[in-house]
Design a protein around this ligand. Structure first.
Ligand SMILES: NC(=O)c1ccc[n+]([C@@H]2O[C@H](COP(=O)([O-])OP(=O)(O)OC[C@H]3O[C@@H](n4cnc5c(N)ncnc54)[C@H](OP(=O)(O)O)[C@@H]3O)[C@@H](O)[C@H]2O)c1
Length: 245
């Protein structure tokens, strides 16, 4: 039976590469995965779904009503959930009171990078079956200098550990793929400078930025039969910019 896959935040960058990679996986000669992709905007969701030959659903991962509706759109079972939706919070409006601005920024960072994954997973977790995988996209920002964004991604990894303990007895694995600097996505919204790019590349051992495909390959492995005893982990994909020892 073909796998059913859901990738949130898949209209661009890492999520899109993951959806394309998992859509190309085949369980057998005729079994192409049924892949669902989400994003907040109908035009980009439709375009991505058409280009990748997958199903598109408009869904803001931070909106409980939309996330509940997404759960109802999927079939009776789900084999792979990838929580890729996320990003940097918007800068506060110039006229906002300082503490209001701070609160708003932290709430947005937490909603975008933690709560979206928590809500989506809760909405679909009864559809996950023995052998299913949940993969959430974390960040090197959780390890250092990450501000509200890094704190939210650190909380994502902490939540993942408890999710793994909860779903492990059902044969479901839960992992975070923590990405270093990945070029060629919408993440920096045009604010990446040549100097910052050079400095981020310099921090790596491989002397290159990550690509969305680097992350997609790791997600594909975690969702494969060879990774069934890897769970509750944070896997760092960053060219050595942060090492675990
Ligand atoms: N690029 C990097 O260097 C880097 C490094 C570490 C971690 N990451 C993480 O990787 C993930 C993907 O980022 P990216 O670099 O691929 O950026 P991206 O190109 O901006 O992709 C973000 C995707 O998420 C969607 N999205 C954003 N908020 C959403 C929401 N609330 N609900 C549903 N979809 C939402 C966006 O579409 P719409 O805006 O149309 O909704 C878009 O499809 C994020 O979790 C990010 O934190 C990125």
């Amino acid at each position: 039976m073909p796998r059913t896959v859901l990738v949130t935040g898949a209209t661009s960058g890492i999520g899109r590469a993951v959806a394309a990679r998992l859509a190309a996986d085949r369980d057998g000669p005729a079994a192409r995965a049924e892949v669902f992709v989400t994003g907040r905007h109908a035009d980009s969701v439709e375009r991505t779904a058409g280009e990748l030959g997958v199903h598109g659903v408009v869904c803001d991962a931070t909106d409980p009503g939309q996330v509940a509706a997404l759960g109802r759109r999927l079939g009776p079972r789900l084999d792979v959930l990838v929580n890729a939706a996320g990003g940097l919070p918007d800068p506060a409006p110039a006229d906002a009171a300082p503490l209001e601005a701070l609160l708003g920024q932290w709430q947005e960072a937490l909603a975008q990078n933690l709560l979206g994954a928590v809500l989506t997973t809760a909405s679909v977790q009864d559809l996950l079956t023995e052998g299913s995988a949940v993969v959430s996209i974390g960040s090197i920002g959780a390890e250092r200098r990450g501000g509200s964004y890094g704190a939210a991604k650190a909380a994502l990894a902490a939540w993942n550990a408890s999710l793994s303990a909860e779903l492990g007895p059902r044969g479901i694995t839960c992992n975070v793929v923590s990405a270093g600097y990945v070029a060629g996505t919408g993440f920096f919204r045009g604010r990446m400078t040549d100097e910052r790019h050079r400095s981020l590349v310099q921090e790596t051992h491989t002397k290159r930025p990550g690509t969305p495909d680097d992350i997609a390959e790791t997600v594909s492995f975690l969702a494969s039969p060879g990774a069934r005893h890897i769970t509750g982990q944070t896997l760092h994909v960053n060219g050595g910019a942060f090492t675990t020892r």
